[in-house]
Design a protein around this ligand. Structure first.
Ligand code: PGA
Length: 250
């Protein structure tokens, strides 16, 4: 990690959490108020909890994010949420192009790029996810896949805007499997090279998060890997104690 990169540890609650789960977010914010973290921290709850969480964590260091947004500002798109609506509810970030969106909703790189532009227009900081499948890794295609996702999902307006990239190998998400530290480094270094070339200074300072089965007991070694500028955490972000264990590992 270069010194200019401000790390980010973001929790992705996915389709988990009811109003009662807000107590975990409050416990997290309180612990970070008592002992500040050495990193930016964000929670991305389901859309139903964004406004309440933003309200309850107002003034805390924990930023709130969405998990997806539509690329249009408004209109007849039943069930979708515009970037501006996330911002209006109190979000300052949004996860885009998560592999679960790509796999279960058929999102393409071009659609992810359009969503990134919508997020920027709404003043949200996008966390753009890329990652190979197990078949792609086994076929030796990891870097080719990552390069095409980075080129296709990160549009030119990111130049001059704050953003983060998350490298999440699909086969490591929710499986307890993680790549070796050398494999993580290889991809992160490649992403840094690509985004610096593509987006200049903003690409040089954007944190590149690792995601996929990050837990309190493996976070320390992963976060030390060159060009790993934080983590995108799924399952282990649901409980304040686990998420804090990861945050404190930095
Ligand atoms: P996981 O999910 O930490 O549960 O593996 C990570 C993610 O999908 O962002």
């Amino acid at each position: 990690m270069t010194t200019a990169v401000r790390p980010l540890i973001a929790g992705n609650w996915k389709m988990n959490g009811l109003a009662a789960s807000l107590s975990e977010a409050k416990a997290l914010a309180q612990a970070l108020a008592e002992q500040p973290a050495a990193t930016d921290v964000a929670l991305c709850p389901p859309a139903t909890l964004i406004a309440q969480m933003a309200w309850q964590l107002k003034g805390s260091v924990v930023a709130i994010g969405g998990q997806d947004c539509h690329d249009k500002q408004s209109g007849a798109f039943t069930g979708d949420i515009a970037a501006q609506m996330l911002a209006d509810a109190g979000a300052s970030l949004v996860i885009l192009g998560h592999s679960e969106r790509r796999a279960y909703h058929g999102e393409t790189d071009a659609q992810v790029a359009a969503k990134v532009e919508a997020a920027l227009r709404a003043g949200l900081k996008p966390i753009i996810c890329v990652g190979e499948t197990l078949a792609e890794r086994e076929a030796g295609r990891t870097l080719v896949v990552i390069e095409s996702q980075v080129k296709g999902s990160l549009p030119a307006p990111l130049q001059g805007a704050p953003f983060a990239v998350a490298y999440e190998p699909c086969w490591a998400i929710g499986t307890g499997l993680t790549p070796t530290l050398a494999q993580i480094e290889e991809v992160h270094v490649a992403i840094r090279r690509l985004i610096s070339a593509q987006l200049g200074e903003s690409g040089a300072v954007a944190p590149i998060l690792y995601g996929g089965s990050v837990k309190p007991d493996n976070a320390g070694e992963i976060l030390k890997v060159s060009e790993v500028g934080g983590a995108l955490v799924g399952g282990a972000s649901l409980k304040a104690a686990d998420f804090l264990g990861i945050i404190r590992a930095l």
